[in-house]
Write a protein that binds this ligand. Structure first.
Ligand SMILES: [Zn+2]
Length: 272
């Protein structure tokens, strides 16, 4: 009883009498360098969510395989929605869930470009239906981890390669694996990633296209002084990939349980 799509409407009606929190995997279809298929982000989110479903009996919605990826469009194969369309689509799915008494939704998001739309839709759902959403991403969950000296958050880096390998190895070409250092064009304004640069002692947000900071599509997403090119993926074995996946799955299981029982502030209509 964990895969939403396998249940009949009558079975869902019964299940939703006692289940108030559901898990919603969302990703994107966009380029992931030379070594991971364009489905990487939804493949990872889908696998993590369904493992969470199996491990802790969470009800897992069908995965949304398209996201906000316009910044990757110069690389062939990227399919994108605008932030406006995406926000509306997510909102209408939340609205549908609210109709059947779902009170809380946990997103397992596999793509950073979706976060703005997810947040906007979640805020509207909170306002309109009193629904509470949590937006989880594996790179936030692993934010305090170093993977062989590299942060988890890299585009087609060690973590993404591991998650795809553990889910659908047929989507990975390990012999072509690399992660490019963020490309620089200016001596003073130094890019740490496609949307962020260092300038003197501060940082500045400069939205760019992915193609502006990488030629292959993979990205270290940090300044080259911190993380130069990564070409050695030999330590990304199926066993390492499986362990990393399990770490995220365990975190999600624990979070789902605590989020489900998290207290909410009662609306205070009588102001002191
Ligand atoms: Zn990705």
């Amino acid at each position: 009883m964990t895969v939403y799509a396998y249940q009949t409407w009558a079975e869902l009606e019964e299940r939703l009498k006692t289940t108030k929190t559901v898990l919603f995997p969302v990703g994107s279809t966009e380029q992931h360098g030379h070594h991971i298929g364009v489905g990487a982000d939804w493949i990872q989110a889908d696998a993590i969510a369904n493992r969470v479903g199996e491990k802790c009996d969470a009800l897992v919605l069908p995965t949304l395989c398209y996201g906000v990826s316009g910044h990757h469009k110069e690389f062939t194969g990227t399919l994108t929605l605008s932030t406006e369309t995406y926000t509306q689509a997510i909102y209408e799915i939340l609205e549908s869930l609210a109709r059947y008494s779902v009170k809380r939704v946990v997103f397992m998001n596999g793509h950073g470009g979706n976060n703005t739309g997810l947040t906007l839709a979640a805020k509207r759902a909170r306002d309109d239906f009193g629904m509470l959403c949590a937006i989880c991403t594996w790179w936030d969950i692993l934010a305090n981890e170093k993977l062989f000296g590299n942060p988890a958050e890299q585009h087609a880096g060690y973590a993404e390669t591991s998650f795809t390998l553990a889910s659908r190895p047929e989507a990975v070409r390990m012999e072509l694996a690399n992660c490019m250092a963020t490309k620089q064009v200016d001596d003073d304004i130094q890019f740490t990633r496609a949307g962020m640069a260092r300038y003197k002692n501060g940082v500045v947000r400069i939205p760019l296209q992915t193609v502006d900071v990488t030629d292959t599509g993979s990205m270290t997403e940090t300044h080259p002084d911190d993380n130069p090119h990564v070409f050695d993926y030999s330590m990304i074995t199926p066993e390492f990939a499986e362990n990393l996946m399990n770490k995220v799955v365990d975190w999600m299981c624990s979070f789902m349980k605590d989020f489900d029982k998290m207290k909410e502030t009662e609306p205070n209509i009588k102001r002191p």
